[in-house]
Ligand binder design. Structure first.
Ligand SMILES: Cc1ncc(COP(=O)(O)O)c(C=O)c1O
Length: 435
């Protein structure tokens, strides 16, 4: 039984040291406010999701209006205008013939949806033997069983059994010796894509369904793809008829200066997973953008037969779609993707100025995403990072993200040059405090 209305034990918080939460009461633009009135600089766009900053008026108004108009409509056999409108807008932003959008509610669901569509595509084509799925070390694809199976972060996998069978992993693309302090795509590492040839040789292409990668690995600490790596991966997939899926949950909607990283890197996958920024983080929404060939292969049954036995009660929820349409309008009208491209060099130089601070082993930056990798304390891996996050919140009025002893900065695309300066100076103070 809870002891009070605000008993801190009742909410089992996700990915959190539950005995030590930090409270946030309100938000606006680049800032949060704590219950005791302190203003904090948000250095991580919520959780890589509030790309246009917090509580933007047009999005708030769209959600309020939608809640009064149509609170809910079932997505199974029925529809509403907002879902079709948003799907069309997203398809228009996506490259190539990625023209069909399946909605779900989160990044994790988007990953499981994409993997299931890939398997269903094989089944529809009479290639039922092609079930092997290939992920990559250090990948984060959310927390569903599909996502942790193709994911490559040991802590997210080890307590949860064997996951899906028939999974392989490419090696991750990081090598400090060759890549330290890279701005943008590292020069070294394209050849690591050739590991896919080794996996094909071992298993035979006739058993392989799809490869899934984050074009830029975010959660593990910002690993931009080595120059030419994604092109090479695409070419090997084409050679062997393997589907290529991009997890753009973080990179979608402007983080790297384009609607999708696929555009920045000039590589078109067969499916794109998205979530987070699509609604500017306001209402949960995720989805998968699917290319023509996959879609056509699955649209073959009789008129009244369900083509894909998959979906969610809240697929294309009216509030999420209204928020998504308003967010896409805002991104377009404020030119925020181009703005991210314009401030990227300023951000990169500013972050690199932390290079000589104590314990900094590496800094990686691409788009408006940066990771500062710190040396771990002897026998206490992760404690320096954790202390940095707490120090930032309590003493420096700053919200940052950590992954072990690596700090992540990913400000909203509205961040001003002054705010970049403030973000870096606050981070510098944090680094000195945890030295
Ligand atoms: C690349 C990537 N994929 C998937 C996810 C999972 O998204 P969600 O937390 O909405 O399930 C995340 C979340 O950070 C992510 O960064």
């Amino acid at each position: 039984m809870t002891t009070s209305r605000n008993d801190l034990d009742a909410w089992w918080m996700p990915f959190t040291a539950n005995r030590d939460p930090r409270m946030i009461a309100s938000a606006e633009g680049m800032h949060y406010r704590t219950p005791d009135g302190r203003q904090l600089l948000d250095g991580i766009s919520g959780l890589w999701c509030c790309n246009a900053g917090h509580n933007r008026a047009p999005i708030v108004a769209a959600i309020q209006h939608q809640a009064a108009q149509l609170d809910y409509a079932p997505p199974f056999q029925f529809g509403h205008e907002g879902a079709f409108a948003l799907a069309s807008r997203i398809a228009a932003l996506a490259p190539g013939d990625l023209d069909h959008v399946f909605f779900c509610n989160s990044g994790s669901e988007a990953i499981d949806t994409a993997l299931k569509i890939a398997l269903a595509y094989r089944h529809a084509r009479g290639e039922g033997g092609r079930t092997r799925l290939i992920g990559r070390e250090r990948a984060y694809h959310g927390t569903g069983f599909g996502g942790i199976s193709v994911g490559g972060l040991p802590a997210n996998r080890k307590a949860f059994g064997h996951g899906l069978s028939g999974i392989d992993h490419l090696p991750h693309t990081y090598d400090r010796e060759h890549q330290a302090f890279s701005i943008g795509e590292p020069e070294w590492g394209a050849h690591l894509a050739d590991e896919l040839e080794r996996i094909v040789a071992l298993n035979d292409a006739s058993t392989i369904c799809a490869v899934i990668v984050e074009p830029m690995a975010g959660s593990t600490g910002v690993l931009a793809p080595p120059k030419g790596y994604l092109q090479r991966l695409r070419a090997i997939c084409d050679r062997h008829g393997i589907l290529l899926i991009f997890d753009e949950v973080i990179t979608g909607f402007g983080r790297l200066g384009f609607a999708f990283a696929a555009e920045r890197f000039g590589v078109t996958p067969d499916m794109i997973c998205f979530a987070k920024g699509v609604t500017n983080g306001t209402v949960p929404l995720g989805g998968v953008i699917v290319g023509e060939e996959i879609h056509t292969a699955l649209m073959q049954g009789p008129e009244r037969a369900i083509e894909l036995f998959h979906g969610y009660t809240y697929s294309g929820h009216p509030l999420a779609c209204a928020a998504g349409l308003a967010a896409l309008d805002l991104y377009r009208d404020a030119g925020l993707f181009a703005r991210a491209r314009a401030v990227e060099p300023v951000f990169a130089q500013a972050v690199m100025s932390l290079r000589e601070e104590p314990n900094v082993l590496d800094i990686r930056v691409v788009g408006l995403a940066a990771a500062i990798e710190l040396a771990s304390r002897t026998d206490m891996a992760g404690t320096r990072g954790y202390d940095a996050m707490v120090q930032a919140f309590n003493e420096n009025d700053l919200v940052i993200r950590i992954s072990g002893d690596t700090l992540t900065l990913c400000p909203a695309l509205i961040v001003s040059e002054d705010e970049i300066g403030e973000l870096i100076e606050k981070t510098r103070a944090v680094l000195r405090a945890v030295a």
